[in-house]
Design a protein around this ligand. Structure first.
Ligand code: ZN
Length: 284
């Protein structure tokens, strides 16, 4: 019997990601406002299918929309740290990162009564210091990197990376990495964004995208008897009607294919049982 785990993760950015990019017009903020409608629809869908999930919620969202954040917690979903603001760690000083982790944790502890075990970097851009800072802050896992697809691994710290010399790999750490990928994230496929600098077209046909997402699971099923596949959604993106129909369809298909849905912290526990010594990406 294969153990094929699926983690549904929801980055509940609401308006915080626009604000972090200095987009504070009423129109930009309204796109964040829609996240509340999306979150309500997602919670209804997950409750109907009895599926646990993990929500990475910035402190800004928790404190701006406390009733909605409370609804996520009350429904039993895991809540992870996604900063207080939505500024990426790569854009911050080490002190700035420490402050973001601490204030994000405070907001979550006030909501749930416990410290979050997981972290996902806003924009998924960790800094050179992030892995060490996450361990110092007591996190069990990060979910911002893309070094594998179906098998979690130990995050590495202290790589020496220069332009003209081969990589010198740092050491594995106790921090578990729960890998993600842009291809399994709703934002690049669907979110239309425009600025003077660039246009990100998004707005893909949901039925085509879901074929990719289901096939990603089918490949895991064909080639592995143990694995964890993590999808990333944003309530303001996936919450649109036609995409909610797609998400509902995907969950039904995955369940029929044998997927076991669980929170990311529970998936980390499964990983540590399966690989007591940890999985290393060094020396391959
Ligand atoms: Zn985010």
């Amino acid at each position: 019997m294969a153990d094929l785990f699926v983690c549904l993760s929801f980055d509940y950015d609401a308006a915080s990601s626009a604000i972090a990019r200095n987009m504070v017009s009423p129109s930009a903020i309204s796109r964040g406002d829609f996240a509340l409608t999306g979150a309500r629809r997602i919670l209804e869908l997950l409750a109907g299918q009895r599926i646990p999930s993990t929500w990475f919620i910035p402190g800004h969202t928790i404190e701006s929309y406390p009733a909605s954040a409370q609804a996520v917690h009350a429904a039993g979903h895991e809540i992870g740290n996604h900063g207080w603001t939505h500024r990426s760690p790569a854009s911050l000083s080490p002190d700035g990162e420490i402050s973001e982790l601490a204030s994000g944790n405070l907001a979550i502890e006030a909501l749930t009564g416990r410290r979050p075990r997981g972290y996902r970097a806003p924009g998924r851009e960790l800094s050179q210091h992030s892995v060490d800072l996450l361990m110092d802050a007591g996190f069990l896992y990060d979910s911002s990197m893309m070094g594998q697809d179906y098998i979690p691994y130990q995050a590495r710290a202290g790589d020496r990376v220069t332009l003209l010399e081969p990589m010198e790999f740092g050491s594995d750490t106790a921090l578990v990495e729960m890998p993600v990928h842009w291809s399994l994230d709703d934002c690049p496929h669907f979110e239309f964004q425009h600025s003077e600098a660039a246009v990100l077209p998004g707005l893909m046909n949901a039925r085509l995208v879901v074929e990719n997402w289901i096939d990603e699971f089918r490949y895991m099923k064909k080639h592995h008897d143990w694995g964890v596949l993590t999808y990333t959604f944003h309530p303001h993106v996936i919450g649109r009607g036609h995409r909610m129909l797609m998400l509902e369809h995907m969950l039904e298909v995955l369940r029929g294919e044998g997927a076991i849905f669980l929170t990311m912290e529970d998936a980390v526990d499964e990983y540590q049982r399966k690989f007591p010594a940890g999985v290393s990406l060094r020396g391959r």
